[in-house]
Design a protein around this ligand. Structure first.
Ligand code: PHE
Length: 344
């Protein structure tokens, strides 16, 4: 029986065939199992003599099955590996490459333009405290910018309410309180307001500019903005109009408009803004840094003066590349990115 079983095990050509042999030998009705059952009816002497031989048989068969099983599985794996080899030297085609998002691209462009004028890039946290976002910027408790409908509030530590910064202006404060003047920085980054429609998204991008030095005037502000806008829109016929306005942290404050010209029913930046061929478009908020802001940062406003400006990066991108829906920036739609040449 042993010889027969071992031969059958050896002959099993696959895992299934081997399993059939196992059941035939060791299963409930199996040959070896049958022999084991006869032990019960034997006399003690007989059992002493026959028992070890039957147990030995069972062990030998069990081992042979295990060994054969390992061999069959090994062979199956080898065959699988052999059939699945990859030719790593074959060329690949059509792997889509990522590209820089238009907003990131415009922020890089802006940083480069201002770097040429001697401005460094400063950053601040997007989760900001009330003091940096409002108080130090001379925005009193009663200012509408603090109202819940504009500002996202967060539960703060130590009873200090935190906000998602509503503008990049807190970076003015962070810079003035950490860096001795003279200061020339821009601060691009994300800002948040609880607002959403075709021209507003709850998260958008601003860029802030700040200059603090001695004897700084509105003339410096105008020259800086004009030089920047000419470089950004890549044309010399940029005409600025400074319109008196109000920001709590600048005095005087000015909204900056650029002249546009109608071209094929579309506004194109450039030109004098005369009503017949075009008009004015608001592009920036700006002003001379309020002395209370300079004071709040621990500087003497009689010694140090400066100007600040802020604007929406998304808006600047839309104006330059002729896009008309702000929300598309944040949809990640490859067709849209491709249309404006921003995707491979
Ligand atoms: N922080 C202002 C805003 O978000 C913009 C601004 C910045 C105005 C700096 C003046 C000076 O609208």
């Amino acid at each position: 029986l042993k010889t027969d079983l071992l031969a059958a095990i050896d002959a099993a050509s696959g895992v299934d065939a081997l399993e059939a042999v196992r059941v035939h030998a060791l299963g409930k009705q199996g040959a070896v199992t049958g022999l084991l059952k006869t032990l019960g009816g034997m006399s003690p002497e007989e059992r002493q003599e026959t028992g070890p031989r039957i147990h030995g048989l069972r062990e030998a068969v069990t081992e042979a099955i295990a060994a054969r099983k390992a061999a069959l599985e090994g062979a199956a794996l080898e065959a699988k590996l052999a059939s699945e080899t990859l030719d790593m030297t074959l060329p690949v085609d059509g792997v889509p490459a990522g590209t820089v998002h238009p907003i990131s691209q415009v922020m890089d462009e802006l940083a480069e333009i201002f770097a040429d004028m001697g401005f460094a890039v400063a950053t601040g946290p997007e989760i900001e405290d009330d003091w940096h976002n409002f108080t130090a910027l001379n925005i009193p408790e009663t200012h509408p910018a603090r109202a819940m409908h504009d500002t996202f509030y967060l539960a703060g530590e130590h009873d200090r309410p935190m906000v998602l910064r509503t503008h990049t202006s807190p970076v003015q404060i962070r810079t003035m309180t950490s860096t001795p003047p003279p200061i020339r920085i821009i601060a691009p980054g994300r800002v948040y307001r609880s607002d959403s429609d075709a021209t507003h998204t709850p998260m958008f991008h601003q860029i802030e500019g700040l200059v603090i030095d001695k004897g700084i005037t509105l003339g410096h502000l105008k020259w800086t903005l004009e030089t920047f806008l000419k470089a950004y829109f890549e044309r010399d016929d940029i005409v600025l109009r400074l319109r008196p306005s109000y920001f709590p942290f600048t005095e005087p404050s000015a909204e900056v408009d650029v002249g546009f010209t109608w071209k094929n029913g579309k506004r194109e930046i450039g030109g004098s803004g005369d009503a017949e061929n075009g008009g004015w478009m608001e592009v920036l908020g700006s002003g001379m840094v309020h002395r209370r802001v300079i004071e709040a940062c621990g500087l003497d406003p009689d010694e140090w003066q400066g100007f600040a400006f802020g604007t929406g990066v998304d808006r600047l991108a839309m104006l330059k590349y002729g896009m008309d829906d702000l929300r598309a920036f944040f949809d990640g739609d490859l067709r849209w990115l491709k249309h404006y040449g921003f995707s491979a």
